[in-house]
Design a protein around this ligand. Structure first.
Ligand SMILES: Nc1ncnc2c1ncn2[C@@H]1O[C@H](COP(=O)(O)OP(=O)(O)OP(=O)(O)O)[C@@H](O)[C@H]1O
Ligand SMILES: [Mg+2]
Length: 256
């Protein structure tokens, strides 16, 4: 366990309440009159800590609770119970301070303005976060060098390919130099060459910039290349927290 935890989840739980729709016309009418409410426990009593400069992979099958956990840690969702603490801030309570401390990428959804070229979104984010012009230029140059963005950053985001768009999202999430970064499927839709480029980029961010990174992925090659520590979650519960070798030992052939 890291001593100086930058990301901390303490007994974190999230229950979603939804209404189920019964089948058929009669069912639909009955659902309208007396909706059947069901509770879904997406995350259950999750505890873990990530130390400064650590890169940890949050793994698990579809529906395990990875994105829900990340949404609570980024302040998008309020936990049903338990507490999240990120760089000393309770994310959902102090969203503004939290926004300055963290960068976040949700691979499945862009944070950029759909109708603007990516570079214009970067400029808007620069103004929102009050990044000084010289720093902004330095960072843009660095991210362009590492992620090769300039060949498409003048194209509207809606016309970018998935892999291009996520690379722009990655750069955008780091423009304000946050110490903590949450990446939910950051290499989704990327070909193997670009995936490797993004991994190098992330390693650079951790090793040279001392950022703390929590990421999710379904790509075990990525985990092997990037993360020393893995938190495995299933049905909302943590089933393992330890070095990658331990997963390999416990789950053998089913994990690469
Ligand atoms: N807003 C919501 N309302 C109701 N149920 C939800 C909501 N968001 C997530 N869930 C449910 O919570 C569970 C966990 O979902 P979550 O998105 O955290 O999984 P995940 O581990 O990120 O999966 P994936 O690998 O497919 O991205 C799922 O059963 C999902 O259906
Ligand atoms: Mg998810």
């Amino acid at each position: 366990m890291p001593l100086n935890a930058v990301i901390e989840a303490r007994g974190l739980s999230k229950v979603f309440h939804t209404t189920v729709r019964r089948p058929g016309l009669g069912g639909a009418l009955r659902s309208l009159v007396s909706p059947e409410r069901v509770a879904k426990v997406a995350v259950r009593d999750v505890d873990f800590r990530v130390g400064r400069g650590e890169l940890v992979a949050l793994l698990g099958p579809n529906g395990a609770g990875k994105s829900t956990t990340i949404k609570m840690l980024t302040g998008i969702l309020t936990p049903t119970s338990g507490e999240a603490l990120v760089a000393g801030v309770v994310p959902h309570r102090d969203r503004e301070r939290n926004a300055h401390n963290i960068g976040a990428v949700f691979g499945q959804r862009t944070q950029l303005w759909w109708d603007l070229p990516a570079r214009e979104s970067f400029a808007i984010l620069r103004d929102i976060y009050g990044v000084p012009e010289d720093r902004y230029r330095e960072r843009i140059d660095e991210y362009d060098e590492l992620l090769e963005l300039s060949e498409f950053w003048d194209t509207r985001v809606r016309h970018l390919s998935l892999g291009q768009r996520v690379r722009c999202d990655l750069a955008a999430s780091l423009l304000h130099d946050p110490p903590v970064v949450f990446l939910d499927e950051p290499t989704i839709g990327m070909d193997v060459v670009v995936k490797e480029q993004v991994r190098r980029f992330l390693r650079h961010q951790v090793e040279e910039r001392e950022r703390t990174v929590l990421l999710t992925t379904h790509d075990m090659t990525e985990v092997a290349r990037l993360a020393e520590r893995v938190v495995l979650i299933n049905h909302g519960r943590i089933v393992l927290d330890g070095p990658l070798q331990e997963i390999r030992r416990r789950f053998g052939g089913t994990w690469q």
